[in-house]
Design a protein around this ligand. Sequence first.
Ligand code: GTP
Ligand code: MG
Length: 341
Amino acid sequence: MTLTLADLGWSPYFQDQQDDPALHPMRLTSVTRSALIALGPDGSARLKPPSDVSTGDYAVGDWVLSDGDIAVHRLEPRSILQRRASGPEARSQLMAANVDTLGIVTACNADFNVARLERYVAMAASADCLPLVILTRADQVDDPDALRKQAEAISPIVSCITLDARDVAEVARLAPWCGDGQSLALMGSSGVGKTTLTNGLTGQSLATGAIREDDAKGRHTSTSRQMLRTLHGGWLIDTPGMRAVPLSEAADGIDAVFADLADLVTQCKFSDCAHESEPGCALQAGLKDGSIEPERYARWKKLMLEEAHNTATLAEARAKDKARQKQIEIGQARGRRKRGT
Ligand SMILES: Nc1nc2c(ncn2[C@@H]2O[C@H](COP(=O)(O)OP(=O)(O)OP(=O)(O)O)[C@@H](O)[C@H]2O)c(=O)[nH]1
Ligand SMILES: [Mg+2]
């Protein structure tokens, strides 16, 4: 089947960035340590990044301009989903690019957790993706609607669908989010049914794995991110289960999820109010008169502090990298002067 650029999600936003007609636009369907797998109207290709760039600087869903062998330019994405990478290094991990909707997958079991959902919604909001909570295993509880209401109460920007991910007819309700040129990325813990949904939406038979009976945790069956064409004419990005959702550079997303609290912050008497015991603190006043739920306030505060810390560490690491690079360049220039080249 021949795909057009529009089928792949191309738009004037990317067209405006194409300044070299000799290069071909392609969309990345998979990113490995050694290669970028890309799809274009002429089929798929295995590309390399330019010599000074690593494949970790690309995300599944990215648009690149290719010469057939090398991804010469990475086009500025319209949206990028990222989190702080796990491990001691201060790095941000690119998870998916040019996604229209983030499908936040959770199940009607022990995985359901409002604090975690808030993190995903903040991640989506800060990337300008629509947050859609997909609540699987609706077949295993009496009242999935009670959980749906809890998810939708997180923020007016959240919609939620409950379903049995194994039922292909039910899964087709997700078609509006992954039809013509639309991209839907699925994220969530291991075992919540991301790949089961992917199979239902794409007609593929990717491996799925049963969850543990005692704590409902999955076994990390999927190990890589990949973008697949859906039966509805759009794109779906399946991802491996995530153990944690550490946010960085997502302050605007947190403000979007907790818009009411973010509004109140502007009414505090002092601009550097820590919302603890300062006089004239609008948040403490809200807690006192019962208009703010204490648990939600505590989750907001924890997320704000963590995000600020992660963003600062990232900025510091980038500044150090820049300084190191500068020293290398100075050293190289000195060497060249000495050699008279
Ligand atoms: N009863 C029921 N079982 C489901 C549902 N969704 C998924 N499952 C089962 O849950 C198990 C895990 O599903 P997967 O699709 O592998 O989960 P995943 O989110 O891709 O997991 P990882 O790849 O490990 O991140 C499989 O045995 C599925 O058949 C559902 O809605 N209802
Ligand atoms: Mg999976």
